[in-house]
Design a protein around this ligand. Structure first.
Ligand SMILES: Nc1ncnc2c1ncn2[C@@H]1O[C@H](COP(=O)(O)OP(=O)(O)O)[C@@H](O)[C@H]1O
Ligand SMILES: [Mg+2]
Length: 240
C-alpha cells in the first residue's frame, strides 16, 4: 500500500499478516525501528522472518537477519518447516548471520577489538554492499549481553542512534513483554511496538495474539487480534 506523506509518495512495508496492514493504517513506514516483543514461543522470530521473506518475494527487497540466539542452520530449518523456504527468489535477498559467522567475518575485515563496534562495522558494510532495506536483530537482550555494556541506558541510546543512521527498516526482537512490567526503555525509543502473546482460553487452550501498541506517524488500531498461521501465511482474526 502506498501513502503520501509531506508531499512524498511512500510505499509502506507489509507486515505479511493478512488483514493487519489495514489495521495499522496501511503498513509499516519504511525506516521505522519496530520492537517485536513477547514471551518465548510467541512467533517473534517467525514474524520477523515472514516480513523479510515476503519483502524479498513480492518487492525484491534485500534484508539482513542478525541471529544471535540460535544457529543459521537451525533458524532456516525451522522457517522452511513453517512455510518460508529459501528458494531461488529469496536466497539472494536474505542474509542470515549467526554469532559464528559474524565472528568469522569480523576477524577478517575489522580491526575493532570490541564486539559492538566490530558488529556495527560489519552491518554497515553489508547494508552498503548488499543495499539491504531491512534489518532484523534477534534478539536485543542477547545483543546487550554480547555488547557487555555496563550502562544500559547509554548503550540503548547509542544503539538506536546508530540504527537510525543506517536508514533500514529495523525489527528488534525483545524477550520482554509489556503485559506485566513497566514499559521498558526500548519501547520509548522504538517507532513501533508489536506485542505478541499466548493467551489462556479457559483451562486448556491458548490463543496466539498480536497487537500494535505504538506506531509513530500512523493512526493505527490498538486492539488485540488472534494471530493464525496456515501454510506459511499469517492472518489476523477477531480475538475471542
Ligand atoms: N511448523 C510449524 N507450524 C506452526 N507453528 C510451529 C511450527 N513449528 C513450530 N511452531 C511453533 O512456533 C513456536 C516458535 O516460534 P518462534 O517464532 O521461534 O518463537 P519466538 O521467536 O517468539 O520464541 C514454537 O514454540 C511452536 O509453537
Ligand atoms: Mg525467537
Amino acid at each position: 500500500m502506498a501513502y503520501t506523506m509531506g508531499g512524498l509518495f511512500i510505499k509502506m512495508i507489509s507486515t505479511s499478516i493478512k488483514g493487519f496492514d489495514s489495521e495499522l493504517g496501511g503498513g509499516i513506514p519504511p525506516g521505522s525501528i519496530i520492537l517485536i516483543s513477547g514471551t518465548p514461543g510467541t512467533f517473534k522470530s517467525s514474524l520477523a522472518f515472514s516480513i523479510i521473506h515476503n519483502a524479498a518475494k513480492k518487492e525484491g527487497h534485500s534484508s539482513l537477519y542478525r541471529l544471535l540466539e540460535q544457529s543459521q542452520k537451525s533458524l532456516l530449518g525451522q522457517m522452511d518447516k513453517m512455510g518460508w523456504p529459501m528458494d531461488d527468489a529469496v536466497r539472494k535477498n536474505i542474509i542470515v548471520s549467526d554469532v559464528g559467522r559474524i565472528r568469522a567475518a569480523m576477524e577478517k575485515f575489522s580491526t575493532e577489538n570490541d564486539w559492538l563496534s566490530a558488529l556495527k562495522t560489519y552491518v554497515e558494510y553489508l547494508v552498503g554492499e548488499r543495499r539491504a532495506k531491512h534489518l532484523v536483530i534477534d534478539s536485543l537482550p542477547v545483543m546487550e549481553i554480547l555488547a557487555g555494556s555496563p550502562n544500559k541506558r547509554e548503550y540503548l541510546f547509542g544503539l538506536f542512534e546508530w540504527l537510525r543512521s543506517l536508514g533500514t527498516t529495523t525489527f528488534l526482537i525483545s524477550e520482554k513483554s509489556s503485559q506485566n512490567v513497566d514499559y521498558a526503555e526500548e519501547e520509548f525509543l522504538a517507532d513501533g511496538v508489536f506485542q505478541l502473546t499466548l493467551t489462556p482460553i479457559g483451562d486448556v487452550d491458548l490463543q496466539r495474539r498480536i497487537r500494535c501498541i505504538k506506531l509513530r506517524g500512523m493512526a493505527h488500531n490498538t486492539s488485540m487480534f488472534a494471530l493464525e498461521l496456515k501454510s506459511g501465511k499469517f492472518r489476523v482474526a477477531p480475538a475471542i
